[in-house]
Design a protein around this ligand. Sequence first.
Ligand code: ADP
Ligand code: MG
Length: 377
Amino acid sequence: MNEAFHRIYGARPDGIWAAPGRVNLIGEHTDYNDGFALPIAIPQRTLVAARRRRDGRLRLHSAQAGGPVIDLRPADLVPGVTTTWGAYPAGVLWALREAGHRVGGADLHIDSTVPTGAGLSSSAALECAVAFALADLYGLALDAPALALLAQRAENGFAGVPCGVMDQMASACCTVGAALHLDVRAGVHEQVPFAPEAGGMTLLVVDTRVKHDLGDGAYAALRAGCERAAALLGLAALRDLTPAELPRATRALPARLVPLVQHVVTENARVAEAVAHLRAGDPAALGPILSRGHASLRDDFRISCAESDLVVDTALAHGALGARMTGGGFGGSVIVLAEESATRTLGAAVTAAFGAAGYQAPHLFPVSPSAGARRIA
Ligand code: ADP
Ligand code: MG
C-alpha cells in the first residue's frame, strides 16, 4: 500500500486502515424494519492508505476501479455531483461534515479483496475503511457504531442507495470468532461466539457471480412495501409485530403486502432462534434456520434467483446442514454451513451443477468470523 500510495501521490501515507466485507448468517431485510440481524465479518477486506490535506480537497484512487485520480474540491462534496464509485468515499467526508465534525481533505488510495457487487458488502467495507481513516486523521472521538451510522448516511444520502445499517455495523463492529447480534431499533449489538471450525464445520461462501438488474429498483420497492404495511397496521415498524399477531395482521393487509410481512416477522424470530443456539454452544443447529430463511426469501420476499436456488438445493442434496442466499438478493452470494468432511464433495457438486445448467463457474471459499474495521499501520 505504501509503495502504491507513493507512486500515485508522491508521498508516504499517514496510515493504513482496513474494513471487512460481511456475510449475514440470518436476519435479511430486517434492518430497515428496525429489527434484528446476525452478520459476521469475513477475511476479505478493503484497505485505505490515507494522508491528510490542509486544503480541503479529497483525492481518490482505487486499484479495483483503476482510471485517473478523482480530484474533488470542497464545492464538489454535495450529493449528486459525484456519480461514480467516488460517491462512497466522498459521501463519508460529506456525512462527517454534515454531522458537524471538523474534517479537512485527504488523499486516499484504496485496495480491496472484497468482490464488488457480490452481496458481500464491498460498499460498506469501502465506506467504513474511509470513515475510520478520516476519524483518526482528524482526531475525532467517534466510536465504531457512530462511524457505521455515518457510513450508512454516506450511502443513503450521497451515493443514493436506501440501505439499512446492517452492512456498516457488521464492517465496523464485528470481532474475530463471533457473530454480531444487532438490534437496530435499540441501537445495540452484542458479540455472540461463533467458531464453526472448532465444531468441525465449514461456513462456505458461494459467489454465484451473477447480479440481476432487477435488484436495483426492487430494494427500494420492498422497503417501501414494508413501511406501507407497518403504517397500515399502525406500527412504527414491522419489528413491532410478533409471530402470534401475524394471522390477524395478514387479514388486515392488502394481499401484495402479506408475504413481505410474513418474511420480516418470521425472519426476526429466526435471528432470536439462531442466537439461542449459538449461546447454547450448538452452531450446527443454525443449519435448518438458514434453510428456512432461504425459503422465506425465495417464496415470500421473492428476491432469490435460479442460480442462488441451485446452490442451495445442490448443497442440501449433498449433505449441507443448511444454506441460504445472503445480501440484498437477485444474485450475489449464498452461504452454506456444512460438516468439514462434506465440504469438498458438496462444493464440487455445486460447480458441476452450474456447468450442467450453463452458468459460469461460481467462486467458492470458506470464511470464518473476522475482525472489524481498524487501523493496521
Ligand atoms: P456490494 O456492497 O454487495 O459489493 P454494492 O452495489 O452495494 O455491492 O457496492 C458495490 C460498489 O461499491 C461498486 O460498484 C463500487 O462503486 C463501490 N466499490 C466497492 N469496493 C470498491 C473498490 N475497492 N474500489 C472502488 N469502488 C468500490
Ligand atoms: Mg453494498
